[in-house]
Write a protein that binds this ligand. Sequence first.
Ligand SMILES: [Zn+2]
Length: 342
Amino acid sequence: MAIEMTEHRITARVPELTNPTNVIEVPLSIRVDPLTGHTSRIVSGTKLSPTERPDLTDLTADPPFCPFCAGTIERATGTFPAEVAPEGRIRRGNAVVVPNVLAYSEFSSVGLYDTTRHFLDLPDLTPARVGDLLGALVEYTGALHRIRPMWSSINANYLPPSGSSLIHPHAQSAHDDVGTTLQRLLVERSAAWRDGSSGEGSFWDELVAQEQGGPRWVGRIGRVSFLTPFAPIGFHEVWAVVDGSRDVDRLTDADCADLGKGMSRVFGTYRDLSLTSFNWALYGGGPAPSDRWSTLLRIVSRSNAEPMYRSDVTYFEKLHAEAMIDLAPEDLAGTLRPHFGG
Ligand SMILES: [Zn+2]
């Protein structure tokens, strides 16, 4: 039985932009996410994406003080207890993980892709930098889960439009007994998929099998599948599904390297599309992860770092939990696929 991709095709009648006395028919697609049931709107017509990049020179210039730059980080950040990190901080290559000063979770950390560079533009987020950052955060997560299993996620803001208060590129992890609304929903719906009957495959196995080679397929690196979602929750949204990995701390060094490769290609494509800002989230399977969950990474672009630029969050996204997107996931996948050798 195939996963059902439900789409409501609607035709709206609106005045023509350049000739308002003329009424034209415009197609609109409302898509239903097969796992969560959330709906997304894929609109046609006016393109909301930027056509050129802002100049980031002033925003990203070396500041007098940055807690995350090499030379400062040792005195500006704290250390983990010895049972979590014997050296106090966790390092991989130029990546470093330190305790977060902001307590948004019982355990929270900040990970820097590279302390030797205050700013890394999208093409500078190389496979090695992203892979090292993930490896260090996975090591931190593993140390916490030896204390007790928890809901874990690794997440990133990048530049102020994404919600980041610091320019130095970084990620943040969150670990507690509660998890987040969307993380719990994803994991719970995955466990209940097809009534949880043991003979059926997991949603994620079925999804990857069904989407592979199709219009939303981007490519595969190792056991990581990259694709665009049928019903996105954000602009330029890309998913990576790590087959057989139930939780963040189950990611191997090879998984981190493969995720790093793919994420780096997505960031490079974002640069080609004149984008500058993004968020990503890597969702673990919770304190009792089932084999019906596969660790999921989701990346979305955000508004450009430009004064008065239109925010990509409207009342639809903020108050209806519904994305309104003007680029079809299939078109985005077509743009990404050549970067994955397809
Ligand atoms: Zn810095």
